[in-house]
Each structure stands twice: as C-alpha cells, then as structure tokens.
Design a protein around this ligand. Structure first.
Ligand SMILES: Cc1ncc(COP(=O)(O)O)c(C=O)c1O
Length: 401
C-alpha cells in the first residue's frame, strides 16, 4: 500500500484546523482511526449488538464471534501460544493494573522487591507503587543514562534474593527508544523474576512476537494502534495467569456462584468481568489487518531526528547511535521557549503536538525539565509533514526569543 492510499483511509487527515490542513503529530498519545475500523464499529453498533457469551440468539452469536475473532487475530499478531492467553481490557492502563494487582496477590509479599524502569509511563509505575504500599514491598528503580538509554547492565546487581517482578516499557513514550526486552527477559529468568512489559508504544512500531521477546506479560492499548478507544490487551503466560486471582468479580467471570463463595471461569474470562466492549474490541481485527500493509517511514524518522539534532537551542532526549533502536517519537526542550507556548503556536499553524510531562514525571525530574515538546509520527505522516513541522518549529522559536 502506498502512503497516499494509506492516507485516503483516514478521514481526519482531510480536516483543517484554523484554516490549515491538519498535520497530526500526536500519534503516541492516540492514533487516528482508519475507515475499516470506523466501519467495523458502526456495523456492530448498527447491526450486530447483543451482549457477549450469554444468549443463544443469532445476534448474540454474531457479536460473540466478532469479539472472539479479534482475540484470535491478536493472538496471531503477537504470536501468543494460545488464544486463552489474550485477555481483553479497556487499554494498557487497565491491563497493567490487573497484572500488578493479580500477580501481586499471587507472588508478592512483605519485604519483596519490584524493579521498575526510570522512564516508565505512570501506568507502569503507579500500579506498582500501589502494590508495594499494599503488601509492604519495596520499589527499586532501574535508571536511564543522560541520553535516556535504560541501563540494563545495572539490572543483575539490582536484582536481589527478594526481587519478584521487573517492569519496563518495550518503547518509551517520551524517548522513543526501544528497550532490549529479550536481554532483560534472560536476566530476569536467570534470577527467577517475572518480566512485565508495557507494550503501549512497542506494539505500534515493532514486530511483536512474545515468544521471541521472552517476557511474561505484554500490555497494550487499541487506540494507539488505530483501533477503537476503550480497547486493550493483557497478554500473559498461561501458567502465570492461571496462578493469579482475578481483580474484578462479576458477571461472566465465574464458573459457579453460591451464597458462600464462587469459583472462577477458565482463562481468559476469569479476567473479563462484566459487559465487555462489544463494538470496540472487534475493531482490533481491521486495525491489525491494516498494520500489516502500512508502508515504512524510515525517511521521515531520519529527517526529523537529524534536523532536531542539528537545530541550535533544541535539546533532544532519547538519542542513539543506532536509529534502528528508536521509533519516530521525538521529545525535546527548546532553550528560552516554554514547551506549551510552542505547542500553542504550532497548533495555530495546523500542527498537533504534545507538550508537558507526558505522564512520566520522574523522567522529567531525571532530566531537570518541567516538561517537553513531543512530535510523534505515524506511517500516514509524509516527508512534507515533517519538513513543514521543522520549518514551523523554527518560526515558532523565533517568535518566542
Ligand atoms: C508507554 C505507555 N504506557 C502506557 C500508556 C497508557 O495507555 P492508555 O492510556 O491507553 O491506557 C501509554 C499512553 O500514552 C504509554 O505511552
């Protein structure tokens, strides 16, 4: 598929803001929706709505089939060894909270340790803090260096006899750097720890094969990978998921209920209590199908990276000698200009970028900044978009200095 054909599938790319064509560079926050995803959502909402896994009528069967087809498509997409390992959630945050709670209940006790990367999104930090507070466990930090690279070489000495879990992102939402998950998985498993990976950004830009990555859990959101908002995936190894108690109790997650107690349904439904996202979750199927046809956008990445590095007064975080280990997510500070002012000026030029702490406050502290400006690209962003962004950024900086 050519880039122009791809762009034609995203209705929002046709809109203008302040009379200018929209250049959407906030893809790491959420991607745009393509027509096949919109059509899928509309079709189920208009024609195939019924609750899932319950009734025997035809519409319920069709709705359930679409939902379970999405599970099979996700399992194949990430090379899960069993569809039962794919639990649907409302997003990465929901998935990470379930993992922290349920895995924590299963294997974490007082005095145990959990190691979390320093560049993590709050979604992969706060649930671990909550677990530590609940259990009397200790949170330890795996630091990043000045460029933002995770210091994986520090991990073996950070892991102690009481370390139970290590949690890192596949790709940082601020730095765009790809962490060496399989290397981390080897270290974790040699020391008897479980590795949880936040794949919210990784799933968008990397070919994810959970067997090759070697992690024990992988969590991601549908809305960042072109599917409907309110959808997400918790993938976990079956043996671990089976050991873990559910976080939520309610309809459809049970096997039997008496007044005194309940037994739980087999995987994955043990973790899917209550009415699920009937119209949204099936949109993962067309999103996955489209991702398989998207063109590469290496030229855009190389252009933006080298332009920002060369720009005087711009401090880019997440630098690397090997651009193959970075996705097109660029966060930077500009000397003498506040990130939010720049974002507001760029907006008036038709460019949507993110400014602020990007839900990674400890990382901002590490870099000694109050916030950053972030431009994040998707395969539908053209080289012209990138050039327009760089020239508009230059203009905006001049206006403020
Ligand atoms: C790395 C990372 N983890 C977790 C999340 C949370 O995702 P969601 O808000 O879709 O649950 C995000 C969202 O920006 C993210 O970038």
């Amino acid at each position: 598929m050519t880039q122009q054909e791809l762009r034609g599938l995203f209705p929002q790319l046709k809109r203008t803001v302040y009379g200018k064509p929209l250049v959407y560079l906030d893809n790491a926050a959420t991607s745009l929706r393509p027509q096949p995803v919109i059509d899928c959502w509309n079709d189920i909402s208009a024609n195939r709505t019924a609750n899932l896994h319950r009734a025997v009528h035809l519409v319920a069967t069709e709705a359930t089939e679409a939902y379970e087809q999405a599970r099979a498509d996700v399992a194949k997409f990430i090379n899960a060894s069993d569809n039962q390992e794919v639990v649907f959630t409302s997003g990465a945050t929901h998935a990470l909270n379930v993992i922290a709670f349920s895995l924590g209940e299963a294997i974490v006790g007082s005095g145990d340790e959990i190691i979390v990367g320093e560049a993590e999104h709050h979604s992969n930090l706060v649930p671990w803090q909550m677990l530590c507070a609940r259990k009397g466990a200790v949170l330890k930090r795996l630091q990043v260096d000045d460029s933002g690279r995770l210091k994986v070489e520090d991990l073996p000495s950070l892991i102690g006899p009481h370390t139970k879990i290590v949690a890192i992102a596949h790709v940082s939402n601020v730095l765009g750097l790809v962490n060496p998950v399989s290397e981390v998985a080897d270290i974790c498993h040699r020391h008897g720890c479980v590795l949880v990976v936040d794949g919210a950004q990784g799933i968008v830009h990397q070919k994810v094969d959970v067997q090759v990555l070697g992690c024990d859990f992988y969590a991601f959101s549908g809305h960042k990978m072109y599917a409907a908002p309110g959808t997400g995936v918790l993938w976990g190894r079956k043996a671990l998921l089976e050991q873990m108690p559910p976080m939520f109790g309610g309809g459809e997650m049970i096997e039997s209920v008496s007044w005194e107690s309940s037994t739980y349904a087999p995987l994955p439904r043990k973790f899917e209590a209550g009415t699920q996202n009937i119209s949204g979750t099936p949109t993962l199927s067309p999103a996955i199908a489209l991702m398989g046809q998207m063109p590469e956008c290496e030229d855009v990445k190389e252009f933006v990276y080298s332009s920002l590095l060369a720009e005087s007064g711009v401090r880019l975080f997440g630098t690397t000698p090997d651009l193959g280990k970075k996705v097109p997510v660029f966060s930077f500070a500009v000397d003498g200009a506040h990130h939010e002012d720049l974002a507001l000026i760029l907006d008036k030029m038709g460019i949507a970028v993110r400014s602020g702490q990007m839900c990674a406050e400890p990382l901002m502290d590490r870099f000694g900044v109050t916030g950053l400006l972030r431009a994040s690209f998707a395969p539908y962003n053209t080289l012209q978009d990138a050039e327009y962004f760089i020239s508009s950024l230059r203009k905006s900086i001049k206006m403020l200095q």
